[in-house]
Design a protein around this ligand. Structure first.
Ligand code: FCB
Length: 436
């Protein structure tokens, strides 16, 4: 039996646009994901978040389900456009009301809320390419800190790398711009600026940010320099900006050589909000890098190495990568408290003839990653909690509803929730505060 430290927080995560639906209810404004998901051809099967898991209308019973599964923590995000329908004032009290009721119900069930402010659903009236958006975000953050004073864990942004690079360089996330590294870097800076501005807003509870981090390795001898740059691109750029208030020199230079000069947008004091109280880590897989001179960034990600198993997303299953990542964060950044804010797997789940959903792949995935997290704690990592992704199947961005990440199955036509075997497994992990 591998036991976790007393007080370790076990939970599950979701995000507003992925689960809430009710996109027109109670004065909610349009977000860039509403716009993007309605553009034909952008999302698999033409799916949108219009209905999603209908969580907005089923919040009460969903929280009851969380309590029944024994969750100690629930990470959710606030739909920015429920609060500021137009991106700027005035505040929509009905939007605040929904999240107040959610937080109150969670607390009444003994579940700790961990609240993300920006899980990608930027008001459609705003753009992260504008510096002013950072100030609008800080205003929104201050509004929520004030409206939900009993929330103990706050996360400013979810995965700024995805917002900037998938949204502006790869063009596979809203707003769907392709090949514009200069805008992507500019967006990344405005996200970092807005994080630092929010750090300075009066708040109770602990304040952090969630980064998508991937331990990065050269494929072969000779690929080390490319792997180092790729590590700068996904990991160090954001880690350094958040934890040390600067951008890494090698990346500033690399981006400049590709026509994206962050010093054009960086003003004195932009990154001076101080260190967060904790770091949220989303870990799904490692990255293996092959140097590729002439490609847009100078390298290529080898998606799959021979003999390594994958989830139904094609993502490699590499539990030891989580141990390596957490120990690297300790080595480079010290004892800052860390929460795993996402970790999980896609499998093509089906309802069995017995009416249950058996997902042995996800159970094994979670078990191995919990063991890997334990190993990191043994090695000295200051890991405080673990939110798996996701509480329930939901709108998986460009993949729509075709990819299921939940420990609870959602039968979309009826909106019936069916806890999968992995939900029972997670319940046992929580009960025992560890894993066999
Ligand atoms: C992360 C996102 C989350 C979910 C998982 C699978 O990048 O933060 O919303 O889509 O991937």
């Amino acid at each position: 039996m591998l036991r976790f430290p007393d007080g370790f927080l076990w939970g599950a995560a979701t995000a507003a646009y992925q689960v809430e639906g009710a996109t027109k209810a109670d004065g909610r404004g349009e977000s860039i994901w509403d716009v993007y998901s309605h553009i034909p051809g952008k999302i698999e099967n033409g799916d949108t978040g219009d209905i999603a898991c209908d969580h907005y209308n089923r919040m009460e019973s969903d929280v009851d389900l969380m309590a029944e599964l024994g969750l100690q923590g629930y990470r959710f995000s606030i739909g920015w456009t429920r609060i500021f329908p137009d991106g700027k004032g005035p505040v929509n009290p009905k939007g605040i009301g929904f999240y107040r009721r959610l937080v109150e119900r969670l607390l009444a069930r003994g579940i700790t809320p961990a609240v993300t402010l920006n899980h990608w659903d930027l008001p459609a009236t705003l753009s992260w390419t504008d510096r002013d958006t950072a100030y609008r975000f800080a205003e929104y953050a201050a509004t929520m800190f004030d409206a939900l004073p009993e929330v103990p864990l706050w996360i400013t942004h979810n995965e700024p790398w995805c917002i900037a690079m998938l949204g502006y360089l790869r063009g596979v996330h809203a707003p769907g711009v392709k090949g514009d590294l200069a805008s992507a870097v500019r967006v990344s800076h405005h996200l970092m600026l807005s994080h630092h501005l929010s750090m300075q807003a009066p708040h109770r509870g602990q304040l952090g940010i969630t980064l998508s981090l991937s331990p990065t390795y050269p494929e072969r001898p000779g690929d080390e320099a490319a792997a180092r740059l790729s590590d700068g691109y996904t990991n160090r750029w954001f880690l350094e900006a958040v934890l040390n208030g600067r951008y890494p020199e090698d990346m500033v230079t690399h981006y400049q050589s590709l026509g994206a000069d962050v010093t054009q947008w960086l003003r004195p004091g932009d990154l001076s909000g101080g260190k967060p109280d904790f770091l949220g880590v989303n870990y799904y897989h490692r990255r293996v890098i092959r140097s590729t001179p002439g490609s847009d960034l100078g390298w290529f990600v080898v998606d799959r190495s021979p003999g390594v198993p994958t989830t139904d997303f094609g993502w490699e299953i590499v539990p030891w990568g989580l141990t390596a990542l957490l120990l690297r964060l300790k080595a480079d950044y010290g004892d800052l408290p860390i929460y795993i804010t996402e970790n999980g797997a896609v499998f093509n789940d089906q309802i069995s003839p017995d009416g249950q959903v058996h997902d042995p792949g996800r159970v094994a995935f979670l078990r191995e990653h919990v063991k890997a997290a334990h190993k990191a704690i043994e090695g000295g990592a200051n890991l405080k909690g673990y939110f798996m992704w996701s509480l329930m199947d939901n709108f998986e961005w460009a993949f729509g509803y075709s990819k299921r990440f939940g420990i609870v199955y959602v039968d979309y036509p009826t909106q019936r929730r069916i806890p999968k075997d992995s939900a029972r497994f997670w319940q046992q992990v929580i009960l025992r505060n560890g894993v066999e």
